[in-house]
Design a protein around this ligand. Structure first.
Ligand SMILES: Nc1ncnc2c1ncn2[C@@H]1O[C@H](COP(=O)(O)OP(=O)(O)OP(=O)(O)O)[C@@H](O)[C@H]1O
Length: 287
């Protein structure tokens, strides 16, 4: 990660203090402070409008939660941001670049990845093999290949570098001891760790996590959360969809609430918890 594209939390905080008011007043470019900017996103499926003009920004170095009742449009929004679906209208800007309508791998190349469940066919491969497959679209790879004749030594060197990075990431997630285990034999929580490890291997700036804690036991959930916080402190930016409201409220510094495909409100967990509209949107449930 470069320092320029991944300012530390302190950098960001200072920047907010120093620049925010002035920037707001003068219309200065805020893409460094808000690497992900979603504007007027819209997507219909037949007669159903899943996302209906959603606009929001995600601040650098934060763990931001995207919540909303069932059918609010969270998954569709994720799919639109990461290129799995093409929007009918609206724009997605990442690190100052309009990425609307790009293919998922093109978006991953630019440093935004989402975690994926390990596909069934990859269950027959070991953790290590899964990791070695992950960075097919490693950032900078195309450029590297276009300017460098692919010599045997280069390839070997790249593979060695990749293997070194793989072990580093496996070690970070404490799954190096199961490197030779088949992915199909892992527990739910271990799979989630592997999914995140694979995503991290592509050296992203921002990770989108879609219910990363579903089916994870409390011990591993705690561990997974510790890893997320550690990465966030290193400057990574996270957008998280999660149904467990306590988890969102206890871990995210900013929460965006989607309702009927639009942003109902956003704010700190405390703002959201006490917001009448949010409580109503959840049909009287406790938030
Ligand atoms: N491929 C699709 N075809 C038709 N309708 C769809 C499709 N994907 C989503 N929808 C509809 O769009 C709306 C929003 O769905 P989406 O899955 O984005 O919501 P969500 O907030 O992620 O919901 P949940 O919390 O239940 O996962 C729902 O009414 C859903 O039925």
């Amino acid at each position: 990660m470069s320092d320029a594209s991944n300012p530390s939390v302190d950098d960001v905080a200072n920047k907010v203090d120093d620049d925010a008011l002035g920037a707001f007043a003068s219309g200065v470019d805020t893409t460094e402070q808000f690497p992900l900017q979603v504007e007027g996103l819209r997507k219909s499926f037949g007669g159903i409008t899943a996302v209906d003009g959603a606009s929001f920004e995600v601040e650098a170095g934060t763990l931001t939660g995207l919540i909303g009742p069932n059918g609010a449009g969270k998954s569709t929004t994720f799919n639109l941001i990461t290129g799995m679906l093409k929007p009918d209208a609206g724009t997605v800007t990442f690190n100052g670049e309009d990425i609307t309508g790009l293919e998922p791998h093109e978006i991953a190349n630019r440093g935004m990845v989402r975690t994926f469940q390990i596909a069934r066919e990859l269950s027959d491969m070991t953790v290590l093999e899964n990791m070695m497959l992950a960075p097919k679209h490693q950032r900078g790879e195309a450029l590297w290949r276009s300017v460098t004749p692919v010599l045997r030594d280069d390839v070997r060197e790249q593979e060695e570098e990749l293997l070194e990075r793989v072990w580093e990431v496996l070690d970070f997630f404490d799954i190096d001891h199961i490197a030779h285990e088949y992915a199909g034999n892992l527990s739910g929580g271990q799979r989630k760790l592997l999914e995140m490890a694979r995503a991290l291997l592509t050296d992203p700036d921002m990770l989108l996590l879609d219910e990363p804690f579903a089916g994870v036991n409390p011990t591993l959930e705690k561990k997974l959360l510790e890893h997320v916080h550690e990465l966030r402190e290193q400057g990574y930016t996270f957008l998280l969809v999660e149904h467990d409201m306590d988890l969102i409220m206890n871990n995210c510094e900013h929460v965006i609430v989607l309702h009927q495909g639009q942003v109902l409100t956003e704010g700190t967990p405390d703002d959201i918890r006490s917001n009448e509209e949010v409580i109503e949107a959840y049909l009287g449930g406790t938030v």
